[in-house]
Design a protein around this ligand. Structure first.
Ligand SMILES: *Cc1c(COP(=O)(O)O)cnc(C)c1O
Length: 428
């Protein structure tokens, strides 16, 4: 299912024209589809069910991909758990009605304050990433008179063959416990009074399109689970992380969830443990787009620029990873005055890295609307106020209704937390 559908009067998301969204809420604006979010979640769950695994699996949506309350709430209604990486995400999930006992807490640098908050909330499991963290968590749990449920995040040293910034399972990564150290650390964990060993976890990277690395990681993890079991450390659950890739380019299809997950799930179907998965991007990425308006067309000697009202502060992925997003005209027909040219689609931010797309063949007029596709994951979640730009509005489409799920920031809000030094002001 493609998110944006062309009708005679322009691109639509579900039954709503993108032009109507721009007219009502302005641009830049993130637009999500309830149906597409629901479909991505159910496709993941159905892939588990095809191996008879849905009943003992927890799908923990990775909140960092898109943490808007309406999206978290929608996944909570669908039965999802959540994978969080901070105390802020914990608070969001609870505010959105997520169940604490379906939360797993990942991350290499949890503070004691975050540990305490998660213990008090009663989360499902901490994914512990180092020996020091294990010791600190034991102390914090001790101070609260409880035991912390723990998985160790192991680093299986598998090459996920993705962008180096989103590859996390190699020996050189900061993430997880080195595979060779994991067995001894489990024995230590089992001996600590305020730690309850529950499971094992790994997450090897993001935007993975080849299922082989995840299956290889699963093999390594399962072998370790068996070794632990033989040593008297029986694990209740196995968490194989997230990372499934999505389609960013019309010409480069991504595998369906059922196909991507099949090799890994075939290995798990024979096991007895419960399972946890942490998909982020694959549940939201293709369910959102960024709607923007062309401000200025700037013909150049070498390149033609289309300066739009969205920028790297709204969608950082192109600047950060050199990522590709398909970009479509929202209007059905270009006016006769618009020639098709190869455009650099750029924002107004003062950085040469501020681009949203290179070399896009489009027929444009100033004032035209563009849809930047596949922007539901790591889009708004990474947005900043660089150049004192208010963050975009977010709208969720549900059939023929539009719901504003985050209003556009007001400029005054950008400096509302700041104060000036005491003393005299310069005379005017
Ligand atoms: C980011 C992250 C995820 C989600 O990754 P996606 O590629 O978005 O599916 C899952 N688990 C952990 C530990 C992460 O850091």
């Amino acid at each position: 299912m493609s998110l944006a559908v062309m009708r005679p009067d322009g691109l639509h998301v579900e039954a709503v024209a993108l032009a109507d969204i721009a007219a009502r809420f302005g641009t830049p604006c993130y637009v999500y589809s309830r149906a597409a979010l629901t479909q991505a979640y159910t496709a993941y769950r159905d892939a588990l069910q095809a191996h008879d695994l849905a009943g003992r699996s927890l799908i923990c949506y990775a909140v960092k991909a898109n943490s808007n309350l309406a999206i978290l709430n929608l996944f909570a209604r669908l039965g999802a758990g959540f994978d969080i990486v901070s105390g802020g995400e914990l608070a969001r999930v609870l505010a959105a009605g997520g169940a604490a006992d379906k939360i797993v807490f990942s991350g290499v640098g949890k503070s004691r304050t975050e540990m305490r908050a998660a213990l008090e909330a009663g989360i499902h499991c901490f994914n512990v990433e180092s020996a020091s963290e294990l010791g600190q968590l034991n102390e914090v749990a001790g101070s609260l008179g409880c035991r912390a449920p723990v998985s160790l995040r192991v680093n299986p040293d598998v090459d996920a063959k993705t962008h180096p910034y989103i590859s996390t399972g190699l020996k050189t990564a900061k993430f997880g416990v080195a595979f060779g150290d994991a067995f001894d650390l489990y024995r230590r964990a089992a001996s600590l009074p305020h730690i309850a060993v529950k499971g094992i976890d790994c997450h090897i990277g993001s935007q993975l399109l080849d299922p082989a690395p995840a299956a290889e990681a699963a093999d390594k993890v399962l072998a370790l689970v068996d070794r632990l079991s033989a040593a008297g450390i029986a694990l209740e659950h196995i968490d194989l992380g997230g990372g499934m890739g999505i389609q960013y380019h019309a010409a480069e299809p991504a595998p369906a969830a059922s196909d991507y997950l099949a090799p890994m799930l075939a290995r798990l179907a024979k096991r007895r443990e419960n399972l946890v998965f942490e998909p982020g991007r694959s549940l939201v990425g293709n369910a959102g787009l960024l709607l923007t308006r062309v401000e200025v067309l700037k013909p150049g000697e070498e390149k033609h620029f289309a300066v739009v009202d969205a920028a790297m502060n709204d969608l950082m992925r192109p600047a950060l990873y050199d990522a590709w997003h398909d970009i479509l005209r929202v209007g059905a027909d270009a006016t006769a005055s618009a020639q098709t040219r190869s455009y650099e689609i750029v924002g107004p931010v003062c950085e040469s890295g501020d681009f949203l797309g290179h070399d896009r063949a489009l027929a444009l007029n100033e004032g035209d609307l563009l849809a930047i596709l596949s922007a539901g994951a790591y889009g708004m979640a990474m947005a900043s106020n660089y150049n004192s730009r208010p963050r975009a509005a977010e709208v969720m489409i549900d059939g023929n209704s539009m719901h504003l799920i985050r209003r556009r920031e007001a400029v005054a809000e950008l400096f509302a937390l700041e104060s000036m030094l005491p003393g005299e002001n310069p005379s005017p």
